[in-house]
Design a protein around this ligand. Structure first.
Ligand code: ADP
Ligand code: MG
Ligand code: ZN
Length: 633
């Protein structure tokens, strides 16, 4: 049953910014100015000519006067017939005044500055203030909104959406333009079908996920994919960027989100695309400094909108990020961005396909071989490859050649790699070798220990933000209880990478940092939470629960055991990890030949499936590495 959109609690009230700060400021400036003018020119004592003043003086009507420069202010002894109690006049030098008075001329003084000058003196300073403030605030808003008048993109339009909100109705991008990301495309095909014929899906009561998050490193074609979905489905495309919702004033970003969804509802079926979602969807309250209110409200509004719209309204919210780890968990909940599509760096085959797309426009020499270029470019993203095509073409042009040759590509690869290395995304050969051994170390150890999750895939294509390679293990069944043996086996697999690095005599590298963290977590859990260490006994020393919904909690937690226990626990943890490393080393030493051949294979193919790796000799556990069972087992 379609429910009317219900505002989430905690969502900002719909009309929160009654007066925008800018309006308030203008009002204040106006009032001040008016007061000034009034004070100077109105309602005060009546201005009179100097000659009149002399007459009053002669008639003894004046009680007292004050002289300030040329201005004389006076008060009458008795109010005049018309009720005035005082006057002001501007002094005329007395020598002239005497002469003039003799001849009965009416004379009056004038301030040496002009009226214009006076006005400017009063009006300019506040204007200056306002001006400086405007400029500063525009500056703080990130200089967005580019050209336009002083008021165009900045202050006075705060709260209104930016012009970009107009939907694109005729997106020309298609799936053909996006190559080498077949898995992602397959997932998005369903969305395209839904947008084309929403009724067909409703027939059986199904509904399509409304939020899809494209995750992947920069340049892998996430933005391009989103456009392609719109192009394929032929629906309007609202393209925005997370940063556009981040505003200085509380409530403005939220208003913008509301606007966006309102417009989208009118045009459904359609796509809302929020690029770089992390700019807006960061974990709430994660920042120790203040100033989070605005982002929080904007995020809440987005969540409210995503929950609010009726399932039958065909709006699909696509979003992209390269930092999924900083996203607020609430965004990833069911009914929001619950469908996540990984858009990873392409492997060799994918790179060849992407090259094909980008080489279409170029005139190529006969020797150009897509596979050869693909082999030269491990770790390149789609954007890097597009750049490569262009660099090669430029180089051929400079050479004065008729066509772009393989040599141009090879040269350009070198140049680009040098640039990328600085950003540490593409590995130099020596590093690739270490990574290949490291990953094969994990894989072989996992294969050698019986009864552990089988290896699916080993890869040395840098993935995500930090990992240089990865070994993927998939459990054959869901596990809720893990025995001590299994935990130890997992630690051993995690140590496999470091063990392999040691075996090839390379300096131990930083590549194992992540493995060590995970292994240490397991070991600490065994010792402090699961009572698996004989020495420390079956005591839950540490009862830390996973933080509720990943909420940032307090950083400080009281330790509930003594210094001595703490030391003993550290020793036990270290012992577990050392034994795991020894075990991994023993397995790999046993399979040294296999390690070499498979690492070589990995270097050439970049990716190996589990089934492509020959089985290592199964582990024979030496007596020394078998641990005494804990007393309760
Ligand atoms: P992202 O949004 O993931 O950072 P983009 O979609 O902006 O990356 O990609 C930038 C450019 O790189 C695209 O305009 C396109 O020319 C090229 N590109 C990236 N990925 C691909 C791909 N898979 N196929 C073809 N071109 C790609
Ligand atoms: Mg992008
Ligand atoms: Zn590792």
């Amino acid at each position: 049953m379609p429910m009317p959109p219900k505002p989430r609690s905690g969502a900002p009230k719909p009309d929160l910014p009654k007066f925008k700060p800018s309006q308030l400021l203008w009002m204040a400036a106006g009032v001040l100015l008016a007061l000034n003018l009034l004070y100077q020119f109105g309602a005060g004592p009546t201005p009179i000519p100097y000659s009149q003043f002399e007459q009053y003086l002669a008639q003894d009507k004046i009680a007292r006067i004050t002289v300030a420069g040329d201005i004389i202010r006076g008060a009458f002894k008795q109010p005049e017939a018309d009720g005035t109690t005082g006057f002001t006049t501007l002094r005329v030098p007395s020598d002239i005044a005497v002469e003039l008075a003799k001849h009965g001329v009416e004379f009056s003084g004038a301030a040496s500055g002009s009226l214009l000058g006076t006005l400017l003196g009063w009006v300019l300073p506040p204007l200056l203030f306002v001006g400086v403030w405007l400029v500063a605030s525009r500056y703080m808003m990130g200089g967005r909104g580019g050209g336009g008048s002083l008021f165009g993109g900045g202050l006075l339009s705060a709260g209104r959406s930016r012009a970009k909100l107009v939907a694109e109705t005729d997106v020309q991008t298609s799936f053909e333009d996006v190559a080498g990301v077949d898995e992602a495309k397959a997932e998005l095909h369903e969305i395209v079908d839904f947008l084309k014929r929403p009724e067909a899906f409703e027939r059986l009561g199904a509904h399509i996920p409304r939020g899809i998050l494209l995750i992947g490193p920069p340049g892998t074609g996430k933005t391009l994919l989103a456009r392609a979905v719109a192009g394929e489905a032929g629906v309007p495309f609202f393209s925005t960027n997370g940063a556009e919702f981040v505003e200085m004033f509380v409530g403005v970003g939220a208003a913008r989100v509301r606007d966006l969804f309102e417009q989208a509802r009118k045009l459904a079926p359609c796509i809302i695309f929020i690029d770089e979602l992390d700019a807006l969807g960061r974990t709430r309250g994660a920042s120790p400094v203040g100033g989070q209110d605005e982002k929080e409200q904007t995020l809440n509004q987005l969540l409210a909108e995503m929950d609010g719209f009726d399932r039958s309204v065909a709006i699909v919210v696509l979003s992209a990020t390269n930092r999924p780890e900083v996203l607020d968990p609430a965004l990833l909940r069911a009914g929001r961005f619950d469908r996540q599509v990984l858009v990873d760096r392409p492997e060799k085959k994918g790179r060849a396909q992407i090259l094909k797309v980008h080489l279409k426009r170029l005139t190529l020499a006969d020797d150009v071989d897509l596979d050869a270029i693909a082999a030269l470019t491990p770790g390149f993203t789609g954007a890097d490859l597009a750049n490569l095509a262009n660099e090669a073409a430029l180089r051929a042009t400079r050479r004065g050649a008729d066509a772009v040759a393989l040599e141009d590509f090879a040269e350009s690869v070198d140049r680009i790699v040098a640039g990328l290395e600085r950003r540490s995304r593409v590995l130099i050969p020596r590093e690739r070798r270490i990574v290949a051994y490291h990953e094969m170390g994990h894989a072989l150890v996992a294969l050698a220990i019986p009864g552990i999750d089988p290896v699916q895939k080993v890869s040395i294509i840098p993935r995500g933000v930090a990992a240089l390679g990865y070994t993927m293990q998939h459990p054959t069944e869901d596990r809720f209880l893990l025995g001590r043996n299994e935990l130890e086996a997992r630690m051993t697999v995690l140590m496999g990478g470091r063990a392999a690095e040691t075996l090839i005599g390379s300096d131990v590298s930083t590549g194992a940092a992540d493995d060590l963290v995970k292994a240490t977590d397991i070991a600490r859990g065994m010792v402090l939470r699961f009572g698996m260490d004989a020495g420390l006994g079956p005591v839950a020393w540490d009862t830390e629960q996973g933080q509720f919904l990943n909420e940032p909690g307090s950083f400080w937690r009281p330790r509930r055991y003594s210094e001595a226990t703490s030391r003993e626990a550290d020793d036990a943890v270290r012992g577990l990890l050392n034994r795991a490393l020894e075990r991994a080393l023993a397995i790999l030493r046993d399979n040294r030949k296999l390690l070499d051949t498979t690492a070589e294979a990995l270097l050439t193919h970049e990716v190996l499936k589990g089934s492509e790796i020959p089985c290592p000799k199964p582990e024979i556990r030496a007596e020394a590495t078998v641990l005494p069972d804990p007393p309760d087992a």
